[in-house]
Ligand binder design. Structure first.
Ligand SMILES: NC(=O)C1=CN([C@@H]2O[C@H](COP(=O)(O)OP(=O)(O)OC[C@H]3O[C@@H](n4cnc5c(N)ncnc54)[C@H](OP(=O)(O)O)[C@@H]3O)[C@@H](O)[C@H]2O)C=CC1
Ligand SMILES: O=C(O)[C@H](O)COP(=O)(O)O
Length: 452
């Protein structure tokens, strides 16, 4: 059960502690933030409202811990990550319980999120050992006018302190997708979990604590993003920000200093359906893609662009009655949506799916590309040549052919264009993004050509 057994240290009476310098602590603020269970609409948990002074201390500790972590052999970093992954999977039940109570994730999906997160951390350890174990050797005579008297050795080195801010809908998985790459690459990590989802994230962090990572290397500060968010993202101690969320990310990118940014933001993932598509496959994917976790996925199908003969209805048709009780909204399909309606462009992040009738593929592509988002899209057709042509034309980070959009498997590159993001996620890309290139040039007194 959450907050008990091995997790007892995380809880202080009724309030979950924050994690700093290898310890679970109560904030000196004396203030707490309530986490409301979206199903019961009652306060389920409370977390600490950390102060700016506490953030400063966490940043200082992260800086110190990173210096020695960067000198820790890669295989040892990987070993600790594998250990954390195993502990995380071992404790999937209490962590999933938090996900159900904090963000109303269906129980089965909550368990999958934790297991997937453990697998992500293990894969990151393996990938990191491989890609960070390799550098480059350049010889100078490949550039005009040079002899071979310089050898350039370049390798990937850590950035320093990585600030990770995940969203409410995957508070564990989208936290470890930042923590794993940061740590394997030799960085330290400060996590600011989403308020809804913070307790699941604190339990996940405890799994890293139990694995035995050095003090100060990982920290987790809690509090409302609106209160401590700016202080964190503009903190001079931060060397990289990896953020997933909505428009907040656009504001952060304008305020952050000269640090690398990884931004995974919202989407309006379009699904283009051609006349020759397998309609059973389309139906299954639209239902699953549009309505799983009530449409609260950045990769949810958010608009269906379907070829019709020539029906020209005016006005959207509610295929079901709009029904809401408290936080529960029943799935709703809106047919005959027109581009002059807000639902055609906005991300509802709920179980509401607009269908727009189109007369040509070009019209579908035009609608998709007119969006300010460009996360994922999908196309259903049996004609692979057409599918490739449409994929090429769609301005989105990924196009799925004959399947709904999805981020996983977690080692695939995942990125958004336009307002959907900066940079690329996925395990390999995240590791690379959280490093910089360092070169050492060996200057020889005379040219040296290897004769074999
Ligand atoms: N492209 C992608 O990979 C994904 C994108 N998303 C997008 O995320 C959105 C839904 O998630 P949601 O959590 O509501 O997104 P938000 O942008 O509201 O919040 C994301 C995170 O930012 C924090 N935050 C809030 N204000 C600030 C601030 N001023 N400075 C720093 N951090 C801050 C939040 O903390 P707090 O909770 O305390 O406010 C939370 O941890 C959707 O638009 C969805 O498409 C979601 C998942 C994946
Ligand atoms: O938060 C999200 O919505 C995810 O990045 C999407 O992940 P999924 O496609 O694996 O659900």
């Amino acid at each position: 059960m959450a907050g008990t057994g091995v997790f007892a240290d995380v809880l202080d009476g009724e309030v979950y502690k924050y994690y700093a310098d290898g310890e679970w602590r109560a904030s000196a603020s004396g203030k707490t933030v309530a986490i409301v269970n979206p199903t019961t609409r009652q306060t389920q948990y409370r977390v600490q409202a950390c102060t700016q002074e506490e953030v400063n201390k966490v940043m200082d500790a992260a800086k110190v811990a990173q210096k020695s972590w960067a000198r820790t052999p890669l295989w040892k970093r990987a070993e600790l990550l594998h250990k954390a992954a195993a502990i995380l999977k071992e404790h999937k039940t209490p962590i999933a319980e938090c996900l159900v109570k904090e963000i109303a994730k269906p129980a089965k999906d909550a368990v999958s999120e934790v297991v997937r997160s453990g697998d992500l951390v293990s894969y990151t350890a393996e990938e990191g050992v491989r890609i960070l174990g390799e550098g480059k050797l350049l010889v100078s005579d490949s550039f005009p006018g040079n002899e071979r008297n310089k050898y350039c050795l370049s390798s990937k080195v850590p950035l320093g302190v990585v600030l990770a801010i995940p969203p409410f809908n995957y508070p564990v998985n989208l936290a470890v997708s930042k923590i794993g790459p940061a740590l394997i690459a030799g960085n330290s990590l400060v996590l600011k979990p989403p308020t809804q989802g913070a307790v699941a994230a604190l339990h996940m962090v405890h799994c890293f604590h139990l694995a035995g990572f050095p003090k100060g290397l990982i920290s987790c500060v809690t509090g409302k993003g609106s209160e401590i968010g700016d202080f964190l993202t503009m903190h001079p101690g931060v060397n990289c920000i990896s953020f997933t969320g909505g428009d907040t990310g656009i504001a952060i990118s304008k305020k952050a200093g000269m640090v690398p940014l990884q931004m995974e933001l919202g989407g309006k993932d379009a699904c283009i359906v051609l006349e020759d598509a397998d309609l059973d496959l389309v139906a299954a994917n639209v239902v699953k893609g549009g309505f799983s976790y009530s449409g609260q996925r950045c990769t949810a199908v958010k608009v269906v662009l379907i070829m019709e003969a020539d029906a020209k209805e005016k006005g959207a048709t509610f295929c079901q009655e709009y029904r809401r009780e408290g936080n529960l909204i029943w799935p709703l399909l809106l047919d005959h949506v027109r581009p002059d309606m807000r639902i055609a462009w906005e991300e509802p992040f709920g179980p509401v799916l607009p269908v727009i009738r189109i007369n040509s593929v070009e019209e579908g592509i035009h609608h998709c590309n007119a969006s300010n988002f460009g996360l994922q899209g999908c196309v259903f057709t049996r004609d692979i040549n057409k599918a490739i042509m449409i994929s090429d034309a769609m301005e989105s980070g990924t196009v799925q052919i004959n399947s709904a959009p999805a981020r996983g498997p977690d080692h695939f590159p995942f990125q958004g264009l336009k307002d959907s993001g900066i940079g690329s996620q996925g395990i390999t890309n995240s590791i690379n993004m959280m490093t910089k290139v360092k070169s050492t040039v060996i200057n020889l007194p005379s040219p040296s050509y290897t004769m074999g």
